[in-house]
Design a protein around this ligand. Structure first.
Ligand code: 5AD
Ligand code: SF4
Length: 441
């Protein structure tokens, strides 16, 4: 009996890449590859990469070096790189990394089965052409998984915002929305197979449908998703504050399944920096949206992204970011040191903040956010939360799930509860999670 061909897939970067990796697994299953957790067993290794910051990109090159040794031991091993670094570097990557066989861009996942077959015959090849038209929408493989209760569903790809620091528009191409009928069909199919929660995914979901003639907008899409029988929870990510409209805010009051959490990246609290970043909103507008959200959905948990050390950011600008964080009281913040990215407009800005200064600002920001997060988590103690139990916790003998507000909760309970929605009383608030106990009927 043959063991079949094994695929080791490493995913870097954002949720969009995680979602693409799920598609890669589905596509390669079709040509006989099964996933393995052990690279030394693999016949095919694929790195699905991120280039949003220089560090993410460096990581890819470090991993590629490691696979050189493996390939020497196992000459038949096929090595592929996909995702944003592949898109950015294209055929250069093949030239620079002699032990690499396949390079595929962010619009070329569907070509992978063919490319792998060619690589099995000894070819080395790169495909990074953008498909910036409707045909891209028909290239999605169908999600045929039957396990799990929570799914990400891509509703749009690409980005047209051109924030001055950001490489995404260059590596993911133009914004394109999937047809709402396809999205709704896919979600209906998932719910029939036991999925209870979906997260609608896109680089900028709020502008869903805006560029497709005759298509519904994001608010209508949310409302249609909520009408699917059996859907218990709806989330979406990522939102852009400039497109965060009043009708969308009203959804949080009106759609019962819409969860009480929003990821709304501010990036900075300084108007001068926001303008240099080409974000399209002011601090005051951002805080205005937060106030409306809190009125529509009391208790909503807000998370965000912040960049420190953008070119020209002064100490006063940075303090404005800290004060924004205190005003918003984020449940969590993903914070990043500004990283200069090729092709972006900000790469041409000269007024760079010093390396130590950037690090020092990041450290101050993290101290502040840790304090706020812990206060928020402790504030849940004594409350009863609806928790969707997703699986077994890394803490032995416990299960974990998430509240509507997307806080992680660990409970001691029987594994048969995985996949169910339960009431949990919160007993402890920690830095990264909550501890709870099942409310007995
Ligand atoms: N440098 C640092 N952080 C960045 N991000 C995007 N581009 C850069 C960059 N050049 C951050 C933003 C974004 C998150 C996904 O990554 O905060 O919201
Ligand atoms: Fe990284 Fe951006 Fe690509 Fe996601 S879209 S993998 S964050 S570069």
């Amino acid at each position: 009996m043959t063991r079949g061909k094994l695929l080791y897939l490493e995913t870097f970067g954002c949720q969009m890449n995680v979602s693409d990796s799920e598609k890669i697994l589905t596509l390669l299953k079709g040509v006989g590859y099964k996933p393995t957790q052990d690279p030394s067993q693999a016949d095919l290794v694929i790195l699905n990469t991120c280039s949003v910051r220089a560090k993410a990109e460096e990581k890819v090159y470090n991993h590629l070096v490691q696979y050189k040794g493996l390939k020497r031991k196992k000459p038949g091993l096929i090595l592929g790189v996909g995702g944003c670094v592949a898109q950015q570097e294209g055929v250069r990557l093949l030239a620079n990394v002699p032990h690499l066989d396949i390079v595929f861009g962010t619009h070329n996942l569907h070509l992978l089965p063919e490319m792998v077959r060619a690589a099995e015959e000894g070819e080395r090849l790169a495909e990074v052409a953008f498909i910036d038209n409707e045909t891209r929408l028909d290239l999605f493989p169908v999600d045929d998984r039957t396990d799990g209760v929570s799914r990400f569903v891509t509703v749009m790809q690409g980005c047209d915002n051109f924030c001055t620091y950001c490489i995404v528009p260059y590596v993911r191409g133009r914004e394109i929305s999937r047809r709402s009928a396809d999205v709704l069909d896919e979600i209906s199919g998932m719910v029939e197979k036991g999925v209870m929660e979906v997260t609608l995914l896109g680089q900028n979901v709020n502008s869903y449908g805006a560029k497709a003639a005759g298509e519904m907008n994001f608010v209508s899409l949310l409302r249609e998703v909520s009408k699917i029988r059996g859907i218990e929870r709806i989330r979406f990510t990522t939102s852009h504050p400039k497109d965060f409209s009043r009708p969308l805010i009203d959804c949080f009051a009106e759609i019962p399944q819409l969860c009480g959490h929003i990821h709304l990246p501010a990036q900075s609290g300084s108007n001068a920096v926001l303008s240099a970043m080409n974000r399209g909103y002011t601090r005051e507008e951002y805080l205005g949206s937060i106030a409306l959200l809190r009125a529509a959905c009391p208790g909503i948990q807000i998370t965000g992204d912040i960049i420190v050390g953008f070119p020209g950011e002064t100490e006063d600008d940075f303090r404005a970011t800290l004060s924004l964080m205190e005003e918003v009281r984020y449940a969590d913040v993903f914070s990043f040191i500004y990283s200069k990215r090729p092709e972006t407009k900000a790469a041409g800005f000269t007024d760079e903040v010093g390396k130590d200064e950037k690090q020092e600002r990041l450290d101050r920001l993290i101290v502040l956010q840790r304090r706020i997060t812990l206060e928020i988590n402790k504030g849940f103690v004594g409350t009863v939360q609806k928790v969707l139990i997703e699986g077994e916790s890394r803490r032995g003998g416990q299960l974990f799930g998430r509240t509507s507000g997307n806080r992680i909760v660990n409970i001691t309970a029987d594994a048969s509860l995985v996949g169910s929605m339960v009431d949990v009383v919160i007993t402890r608030g920690y830095q990264n999670s909550l501890q709870g106990e099942l409310v007995e009927e």
